[in-house]
Design a protein around this ligand. Sequence first.
Ligand code: C2E
Ligand code: MG
Ligand code: MG
Length: 564
Amino acid sequence: MTSFLPFSDDLSKYQALIDLLPVAIFIKDAESKILLINKACELQWGLSLKKVYGTDASQFFPPEQMEQFLAKDQEVFINAKQVDFEEIIWNSTLEQNRFVHTFKKPLYDKSGKPLYLVGMSVDITERKKAEQRITEMATHDLLTGLPNRALLKDRIEQALEHCRRNQKQVAVLFIDLDHFKVINDSLGHDVGDLLLMEVATRFVSVVRSEDTVVRQGGDEFIILLSNLDNELGAEEVAYKIIDVLILPFLIDGKELNISCSIGISLFPSDGENIWTLLKNSDIAMYHAKKSGRNNFKFFTPEMNRQAKERHIMEVGLRNALKRNELQLYYQPIVNVDGSKMKSMEVLLRWRHPKKGLVCPNKFIRVAEETGMIVPIGEWVLRQSCLQIKAWYQKGYEVPRLAINLSAMQFRQKNLVACIAGILDEIGLGGHCLTLEITESELIENVEETIRTLKQLSALGIEISVDDFGTGYSNLSFLKRYQINTLKIDHSFVRDITTDLDDTAIIHAIIAMAHNLNIYVIAEGVETNKQLAFLVSHGCSSFQGFYFSKPLLAAEIESRMLLAN
Ligand code: C2E
Ligand code: MG
Ligand code: MG
């Protein structure tokens, strides 16, 4: 019992003194009756001394708060020591709760009888709000206000724990918006952000309150469904998610349409822990994208096997460039009697240390999806130019080399500068190159494509439309572009002599190309019969095994002419 009464019984003497202090001060008797409060305390409680004097002020505070105040007062007297703690206190004037940090100390008379309780209390509401905001920011996405990945982790762990005990299932839905990048790039990030917020609201509207909708970043969302009896619950939500996007969004006065692809993994069948479930739902989402978007796919072990293979391919490809495992083959494109080589197509191969020679169909897609096609494509360009230079130096008449450009390369902002740079570096002009691009690349971003093609043409480079006929385009669109050659896709050539539809298509393509003054090459010609048909329909050049397979640089030299 260390404290005893150090001051006069007439507490009101201290009023003026404690009113000077900026923190709330209150003095109560042993029954918690209020004897004195200062100005700062009057403000903090929103009550005047006149109102509360001699009472425990219970009519001014909510009962549950009052109970706590009194319990603390008792604790202070019983334990005979100072306590400090945080509490919530009702302010009657502001009509709101305030967070305060309170100190309470007991005072005793000389005989050790409890006499007064002296309290001090500091308003920490603003600090608490800031702390809450920081926690909110750490666990929520700032744009949509949805929980973020950090919070998702907690929620999944809780869901797994609960469902493990109750033998229920958990579903993780990985959602990626389809072609969101196009909206962001063409209409700007502000519109993109507004759309994401609206999408988030719609997603939340179709799930139960106990489910969690998370924005994982960019245009990716994750929905966690807990307590499921079977996968039907997840399927139902997936349908709802797809349906809820059907109605157009009105953003900034514009009507926007968007769809999404969803991958679903289930606990326990597809994974026992959060990371496996997330990874597998991501893999399933990738399959939903691949099978045409705007749909959902449940994860299967087969998908996992494919994902592993893809990963191995990805790592292998990264090394292929470094370890010099890529190699170029050249296939002649000749006039129909085979007497003149019009050009040569450059075809990439991967000399894999274990698998041997790998054809591009096996790896170009992965290279495109991972962006590796850009450095690989640049390598093909440089290597081809170096080869032309080497052949020049040996005295060959080198026909144009036709190089395949993938869509991603074609859309690189610095494509023209990069090609010009390579030509310049090696000391060649653009007249030694043709670039092969596919129909679908021409249809997207028309204005930009026209500009790029003009710039390439100004360098002397020719443009060839590859795999023509597979892109479902209207033939007349070709008029708008600077195009020199059309390559009829080999799928038409293959059945040319038996399939009447293919025959009609080839006939139409050749006639139209002649009208537009575009040169036509038939791809994949393997037989004399196919060639004869093409000749009879006015096709002047072809490429195919009938004349030559793709060959290595050294092998093809025997087919090239010396310049003099
Ligand atoms: P593509 O540009 O249509 O190339 C023609 C493909 O047809 C080549 O396959 C070629 O070997 C094959 N071919 C040629 N003549 C015949 C024939 O008579 N019969 C049959 N059945 N096939 C024939 P390859 O070399 O496997 O290339 C496949 C595709 O990979 C190419 O199709 C092209 O789109 C892409 N590609 C090849 N090299 C590159 C490259 O350096 N960069 C990019 N981005 N893509 C490339
Ligand atoms: Mg090609
Ligand atoms: Mg082709």
